[in-house]
Design a protein around this ligand. Structure first.
Ligand SMILES: NC(=O)c1ccc[n+]([C@@H]2O[C@H](COP(=O)([O-])OP(=O)(O)OC[C@H]3O[C@@H](n4cnc5c(N)ncnc54)[C@H](O)[C@@H]3O)[C@@H](O)[C@H]2O)c1
Length: 319
């Protein structure tokens, strides 16, 4: 049995991470910590957790834990993650990995030093439709092209405001990471960043070249009409068109009928925490804790996604 503690009983944690680990037979949520008493108690009741804390130092001292989930906005992450690692606990955190490449690397080196597993959650990689579509494309040889598209409406009253951490660094990073997952190591980046109908950067375009020769495109428009997310993967006579977490259509060799993949069927559930990859990423983390293997999205890897974020932003800010 892997004993875990949570620091953070907020909204995303309650919607996705508590249900994910709660669904595993080999994981026990031993304790929860949150500064907010109301959230702490309601989450503890919902998931039947007896030990509750408002001071995470006490939780780390008093409860026998193998791993800690630290789920909160990126501005608060680093000191808490470093304390957990110093207490020799494996750590799972949400994206982004802190507020900068430097913070991500500091946490990565601390995990290395204390011989702990530290994983940054990028759920898109683990969404069953993405996993399955990628498997079909990869089976025919290297990919040639990939595309990630992630639009939202963040103007007017819906303006982005998240503890002064930008929407590209915090949210669009999901698909920056996915582009790396599809394409591999990045060699060249060209980008164009714009500000439309707002006083914050909100239109992002990037063209990326990968070591293996493939090219990747990123488009994210946060002055658009609504949330719309779509990915493409092209390989040897195969093209996958993915609308995660719902579905994907995979076309091969000029056939007009695609192979259709359906998210809830693949996940065995229509719950978002299952279809959108949250369960899958936690399963991967717990398996790595058990085997000692490095997670796919360990903090050194997450730092590379954070670095690509900077390259796209800095290169794209043209007069
Ligand atoms: N994967 C996704 O699609 C997705 C979507 C939304 C948010 N996120 C990520 O999730 C994270 C936010 O998670 P959330 O929505 O559950 O957070 P939240 O802001 O709703 O809650 C954070 C909780 O942490 C607690 N907290 C803060 N500092 C603490 C401390 N020192 N000790 C104990 N408790 C403390 C707060 O009291 C609060 O209850 C961010 O990293 C964000 O980027 C990911």
């Amino acid at each position: 049995m892997i004993n875990i503690g949570f620091i953070g009983a907020g909204s995303l944690a309650n919607a996705m991470h508590y249900p994910s680990v709660n669904a595993m037979d080999d994981v026990c949520i031993k304790a929860i910590c949150d500064l907010n008493e109301e959230r702490l108690q309601s989450t503890a009741e919902r998931f039947h957790v007896a030990q509750t804390y408002t001071d995470y130092h006490r939780m780390l001292d008093e409860v026998e834990l193998d791993a800690v989930y630290v789920i909160m906005p990126p501005v608060f992450l680093k000191p808490i993650v470093l304390d957990c690692l110093a207490a020799r606990k494996h750590v799972f955190m949400e994206k982004p990995p802190g507020t900068s490449v430097a913070e991500a690397l500091e946490m990565a080196h601390a995990a290395d030093h204390h011989k702990c597993i530290a994983m940054c959650a990028f759920n898109r990689r683990f969404s069953p439709v993405v996993v399955e579509a990628k498997k079909l494309v990869d089976a025919r040889g290297p990919i040639t092209q990939c595309m990630v598209e992630f639009h939202k409406y963040h103007i007017g009253d819906a303006k982005w405001d998240y503890y002064n951490v930008g929407m590209f660094e915090t949210d669009v990073i999901h698909v920056v990471d996915l582009l790396r997952h599809f394409g591999g190591e990045v060699t060249e980046v060209d980008s164009y960043v714009q500000t439309w109908y707002s006083d914050q950067e909100n239109v992002f375009n990037a063209l990326v070249r990968f070591e293996g020769g493939a090219t990747g495109f990123l488009t994210a428009n946060r002055a658009s009409g609504t949330r719309h997310e779509r990915f493409e993967l092209h390989g040897n006579g195969i093209g996958a068109y993915i609308r995660a977490p719902q579905s994907a259509e995979v076309y091969t060799e000029n056939k007009t009928e695609p192979t259709s993949l359906e998210g809830s069927g693949l996940a065995g559930s229509d719950q978002a925490y299952m279809t959108y990859g949250f369960y899958g990423e936690s399963r991967h983390f717990i398996d790595c804790v058990k085997t000692g293997e490095q997670p796919l999205t360990n903090l050194f890897d997450a730092a590379k996604s954070r670095e690509l974020v900077d390259r796209i932003l800095e290169g794209g800010r043209r007069p």
